[in-house]
Each structure stands twice: as C-alpha cells, then as structure tokens.
Design a protein around this ligand. Structure first.
Ligand SMILES: C=C(O[C@@H]1C=C(C(=O)O)C=C[C@H]1O)C(=O)O
Length: 364
C-alpha cells in the first residue's frame, strides 16, 4: 500500500469522524429535548424519571438487529451503550452504588449495564449497597446474584428479605480469573493466595493442581486481594483484569477458572418499576406453608401456563426454624395477563408472595 493511499484513507476517516460527531451531538440534543418534555409534563409534586431501562433495552436491541458489520453486534451495541450513557448524563447523571472496592467484577457489571457516564460509588458489602439505595443516596445499586460455577450469592438473596427493593435490570459477565503477583513477589516462594471465597471456589481444581499446599485466604473481594498482594513478597491474588490493572499486578497465569464458561449474573436494584418491553423476566419471593406437596403446588401454575422458569433457589426464611422461602425467576412481565393469572393463583396457596420486579432480559 502506498503512502498516497494511506493518506487518502485518513482524510476520509477524518471526514467521517466529523459527521459521526455531528450526529452524536444531534442525538444528545434530542435527549435534552426529551428531558425538557418530561419536565414540562410533570404533575405537581411528581418526580421526573429520566432513566428508562425498557427504552434503553429497545434501543440496544434495534442496534443489534440492524447492524450490518463489519463490527460485531455486541461491539456495536457497546458503543451505543456509551452514547446513551453520555446522553442520559446530560439529562441527569445517574448515581450507582456497587459492591466495591474499585476494580471488582461488580464494578465491571455496573459499567456494562449503565455505561461509563455515571457517578459510581463503591460499597464495602452487599448489604451496604442495599442500604444506600434504600436511603435514596443513589439511584441504583449493583449486586452479584449467581455464578454459573458456584451458584447463588446468598448475601444478596438474604438482603432481599430485609429490604424492599425493585429489581430493574440484569447483566451477565464472563468471569476470567488470573493469578496475580506484585513486582516484589518471589514467585517460587508463594505461601498464600488471597481471593474472594467465590473466586477461590471457581478456581479450586486449578489451585489443587498447581498450588496444592499453599494457604488459600478468603478476603472480602478480589480487588481487596489484589490490593494486599501489592505490599507482600510471598503472596499472590486471584482476581480479574480490572483489579490487575488498577493495582499494577502481573499475570503469573491467565484464565485459571475451572470452567471456561464461568459467568456471573448481576442485578440492578432501585425503586423504579420498569414497564414491559416484550422480552422481560420477573423475580419473585414466595413462602409456602411447610406441608407435603407445597413446592409442587407452587410450580404447577407455571407448568400449566407454559411459563419458562429460569431459576429457583431456596433460602431459610429467617422467621422460623426449618421454614423456607423460594426465589423464582421466570420469563415474562408481571403486568402480562398470563403472568398476572399465575401470580394470583400462587398467592392463593402461598403464605406470602412478593414481586421483586420485572425487567428487560439482559441485552448485552
Ligand atoms: C432519551 C431518553 O432518556 C434516556 C436516554 C436514552 C437514550 O439516550 O436513548 C434512552 C432512555 C433514557 O434512559 C428517553 O426517555 O427516550
């Protein structure tokens, strides 16, 4: 390729960038107009709702459907995710609390869902994320809820029993773990490996094979593990890319999770009900009386109406010994007539039924 050709291509790219920029600016002005219309149509005392998860899910889906390449659908949607995030920030910057510290997978999930134009606030524990949202100090919270290798995140499920929260979105993240060391670590004398208990469990086989006699120390998060390693010469951490970058650690081994499809699902919690998009999920908590056939009774209405259950989890109810609550996720929105009917049927049999929220299925 000649210098001449390259030069011509760069001139074309510059001209296209100018056009792209003009279009993005025009889009941003439209979003500002939307904000003005929303404000103008408020009833007295009504609080404006700028963030519309159902609309954002539709925008992203449309982008993926119309994309013609060469960029992949997810890549294109990611770009639009960021454009929307910046447009929304012009209307109102969202405040989002997540399970911190900085560098956790939960932070990565928050950015994947809301984009980078948010004010994010790391919290020390899952329960604190719930409390921050309940106190109204942030618009939304992000917490992990289940991992494909290790199962439920019980702290999150239990927090739903204690707080009145609305689930307004979900996001899934592929979780890759690395064995990380600092610049002073003597790699042949590692005697301790720090990580979150979930991550240690997700890498159990790899650790058994490579570091069978090294002490495994569970700490509050992977990012905390990475932070500790920085100052120690005989320890390593298991954590992901964000934590590695944040604390300047080196990868001694990459992608050490036992299952290559290791993924975690996160929930966005807030106080805003999300209208249907046509491709939604609903989460409920149900407690049944402790009698034979209770679980069967609970499941029959779902089966009879052909509703797809995506998950069922049991936890102690905390209100009596050996009594349980069921966390159930299924496809559909609680305002759909079919789902409404099922929920009515269940509430006739149940001791208690709480709809935690209906929200668009993860797009990205
Ligand atoms: C522009 C709007 O407000 C926000 C910004 C959006 C966007 O940039 O596309 C979409 C939904 C809202 O979160 C809207 O409600 O349409």
């Amino acid at each position: 390729m000649s210098e001449q050709e390259l030069k011509a291509l760069r001139v074309r790219i510059d001209a296209l960038d100018t056009k792209v920029m003009e279009l993005i600016s025009e889009r941003a002005r439209c979003a500002q107009e939307v904000a003005r219309v929303k404000m103008a149509s408020l009833a007295e005392g009504e609080v404006p709702v700028f963030y519309r998860p159902e609309r954002e899910a539709q925008v992203l889906k449309r982008v993926m459907e119309r994309n013609q390449g060469p960029l992949g659908n997810e890549e294109m949607a990611r770009l639009f995710r960021e454009i929307m995030s910046s447009c929304l920030a012009l209307e109102q910057p969202l405040k989002v609390a997540y399970l911190g510290p900085e560098g956790t997978f939960t932070q990565a999930a928050a950015m994947k869902h809301f984009g980078h134009a948010v004010i994010s606030k790391p919290m020390a524990a899952i329960d604190e994320v719930f409390r921050e949202v309940a106190a109204g100090a942030v618009n939304f919270g992000v917490v992990p809820v289940e991992n494909s290798t290790e199962g439920a995140v019980n702290h999150t499920l239990d927090s739903f029993l204690e707080h009145d929260m609305v689930i307004c979105g979900e996001v899934e993240l592929r979780i890759h773990h690395h064995l990380l060391v600092g610049e002073n670590t003597k790699t042949d004398s590692i005697s301790r490996i720090y990580s979150h208990a979930q991550s240690l469990a997700q890498c159990r086989k790899w650790l058994d094979a490579h570091y069978p006699n090294v002490e495994r120390v569970a700490v509050s998060s992977n990012a905390e593990a990475a932070k500790r390693v920085k100052g120690e010469w005989n320890s390593a951490a298991i954590a992901g890319d964000m934590a590695a970058g944040l604390y300047g650690l080196t990868r001694l081994a990459e992608k050490i999770e036992d299952r290559p499809d290791n993924s975690t699902r996160f929930l966005m919690i807030g106080s805003q009900e999300v209208p249907p998009t046509g491709d939604d999920k609903t989460s409920i908590i149900v407690s049944m009386s402790n009698k034979p056939g209770a679980l069967h009774e609970l499941l029959v209405p779902f089966h009879d109406n052909g509703i797809d259950l995506t998950r069922i989890e049991t936890r102690p109810s905390r209100s009596g010994k050996w009594t349980y609550v069921f966390f159930i996720d299924f496809v559909g929105h609680h305002r759909d007539p079919l789902i409404k009917g099922v929920l009515e049927k269940i509430s006739q049999e149940a001791v208690a039924l709480k709809v935690l929220g209906s929200y668009p299925k993860a797009v990205l």
